[in-house]
Design a protein around this ligand. Structure first.
Ligand code: ATP
Ligand code: MG
Length: 523
């Protein structure tokens, strides 16, 4: 996929936005991109010199001009830029330290003021001069919010990663030692596995794969995916979920399963001639413990797409603009990994505040707005699989028609579904001959168990089976049906304890959702 970011940035710079804040961990890659834009004299280029400033070195024409170390202080720099008589682009490294809204000092206040003044004077000047502040975090005082355009530098595309990989292979080959056994297709797979990482992370991961055994080969894809899992985890909001659950491991929910099966591979080239709309995602709500999370894991193996769990509540940060930036970055990473499934578990916990104006200066609402806009506009296949238990906490805009492809409601399992859930879990648990003894889950036994477990949720069925197994283990014997039946009879049911809650979510669902099972009248 081609990266449109340089063109977008160039348009903004040519439209005379004087102050741009580029959020990125990849200072060097951003500088190379800006250098190329500045050197480009075509219609999308900037055709002007690029200067880079840091408070340790001063100002330098990039990449290899003289350093002017008389301009170490931010005031001197801003004065210099305001007076300069050339069209140019200035990149200010680490300038965010002067803008920290949490630790204001009189000095910092003056720098913020001066930056606003310079911004205003550049906007009204004839010469095209632009300041770009690059920083890994967005750290903007309230007073600068309206003057500064905040942008995120997206992670590298597959093509950029490929360039880095080729460069690395060449370097390693030159140094001797490392052997590379890769076909063209293997190289593509390796680069695909590294999508979502920064260029430095991708290069580091390739280098480690080479260093581990002196060889770079097709099987290193697993190593790269495992590394990516670690890296995403550290970055907070996204987590790679590896899962070997299959659709057969989920009992019931036939409607939802069929819906998912019918949409398998619709993002592949072969589906293009049907001109199908791009998939947006589904919202799955309903009774807790009935398989919502389980099905998220199962889609990943059905569709053979990576599953990313997105914890929306962790995007919220203390600095102004930080939460929005974190949200954009997480969504960009997901887009870089596309096609993939973005699993937003218990979405109400992250976005619930957006419906009620809960005094956090509108941040939740803005972050939520960013999420909605992204859902509307996303081009890449990032299939949103959102689950929610407390539907009444969700902002109505999220549920309006057209946002998700479908809203499903998972009810208590029907008798037939309970039979299937018993079957799934008995098979999963009773794998050794010692534990199983001569027990067989026949139709008749499953029927009996399903009758006894009326109004059970899926999790209660699984629990009853494990508890019966504890009995068997404690007495050093095989599993017994009698234990299971006794446990079922003595289990207090969630459905009885929470009857009012159940009634209210069912009433809600009848008007707004489609049953995940075959009918609504399950019980
Ligand atoms: N339909 C089902 N088929 C098989 N197992 C199930 C089913 N429903 C629930 N279970 C079992 O119950 C456990 C809880 O299910 P799961 O985590 O999917 O529920 P959930 O709907 O996401 O609940 P919550 O709303 O509390 O997050 C799972 O580990 C699973 O083993
Ligand atoms: Mg769940």
């Amino acid at each position: 996929m081609k990266c449109h970011f340089p063109k977008e940035l160039s348009e903004i710079i040519r439209a005379r936005f004087p102050l741009i804040y580029l959020q990125t961990f990849e200072e060097e890659r951003a500088l190379v991109m800006l250098k190329d834009l500045c050197a480009d004299s075509g219609k999308n280029g900037l055709n002007r010199p690029l200067y880079v400033w840091s408070h340790t070195q001063g100002l330098k024409k990039y990449p290899d001009g003289q350093i002017d170390s008389s301009l170490l202080s931010p005031y001197q720099l801003l004065d210099h830029i305001e007076k300069s008589a050339n069209s140019s682009l200035y990149v200010l490294l680490d300038f965010h330290i002067y803008l920290d809204d949490q630790h204001r000092t009189p000095d910092n206040d003056r720098i913020v003021r001066r930056l606003r003044e310079v911004g205003m004077s550049l906007r009204n000047a004839n010469l095209a001069r632009t300041l770009v502040i690059t920083s890994p975090i967005v750290n903007l005082p309230q007073s600068l919010q309206k003057d500064v355009m905040v942008m995120d530098f997206p992670p590298p595309t597959q093509m950029e990663i490929r360039t880095a990989l080729d460069r690395l292979i060449l370097k390693q080959k030159g140094a001797g030692g490392v052997q590379v056994f890769l076909t063209e297709e293997d190289k593509q797979q390796l680069c695909k596995a590294a999508l979502g990482l920064t260029q430095q992370e991708a290069e580091g991961t390739f280098a480690r794969a080479m260093a581990s055994n002196g060889v770079l080969e097709a099987s290193d894809v697993d190593f790269i995916l495992a590394q990516k899992q670690q890296i995403l985890k550290k970055s907070g909001a996204l987590e790679y979920v590896g899962s070997d659950f299959k659709l057969e491991d989920v009992g019931g929910l036939e409607n939802l399963k069929k819906w998912l099966e019918k949409r398998n591979r619709t993002w592949m080239d072969e589906a293009k001639r049907y001109n199908l709309p791009a998939l947006k995602g589904v919202m799955v709500t309903g009774v807790p413990g009935c398989g919502k999370s389980l099905i998220a894991k199962a889609i990943s193996s059905l569709w053979k797409l990576p599953l990313l769990r997105f914890d929306i509540s962790s995007v919220f940060g203390v600095y102004v603009g930080q939460s929005e930036a974190n949200m954009r970055r997480a969504l960009q990473t997901a887009e870089a990994i596309a096609p993939c499934i973005l699993w937003v578990d218990e979405i109400e916990k992250g976005l619930g505040g957006a419906s009620g104006g809960e005094g956090d200066s509108g941040t939740t609402r803005r972050v939520f707005g960013n999420f909605l806009t992204w859902m509307q506009e996303k081009q890449a296949l990032v299939f949103v699989f959102a689950t929610a238990n407390q539907i009444d906490r969700l902002p109505p805009e999220l549920l309006r028609k057209g946002r998700f492809d479908e809203i499903f409601f998972v009810d208590l399992p029907s008798k037939e579904e309970r039979k299937q859930i018993f079957k799934v879990h008995l098979r999963r648990r009773l794998t050794s001959p010692e534990a199983r003894g001569d027990f067989q889950e026949t139709e008749q036994i499953l029927d009996e168990l399903a009758n006894l477990s009326d109004k059970f949720i899926g999790a209660e069925i699984e629990d009853a089976i494990t508890n019966a197994l504890y009995e068997a283990f404690f007495d050093s014997r095989a599993f017994r049906l009698d234990d299971l039946k006794r446990i079922i009879i003595n289990t207090p049911r969630f459905a009885d304890m929470q009857a009012d809650y159940l009634q209210s979510i069912r009433t809600w669902a009848k008007q707004r959702a489609v049953p995940a099972s075959q009918t609504f009248e399950n019980i």
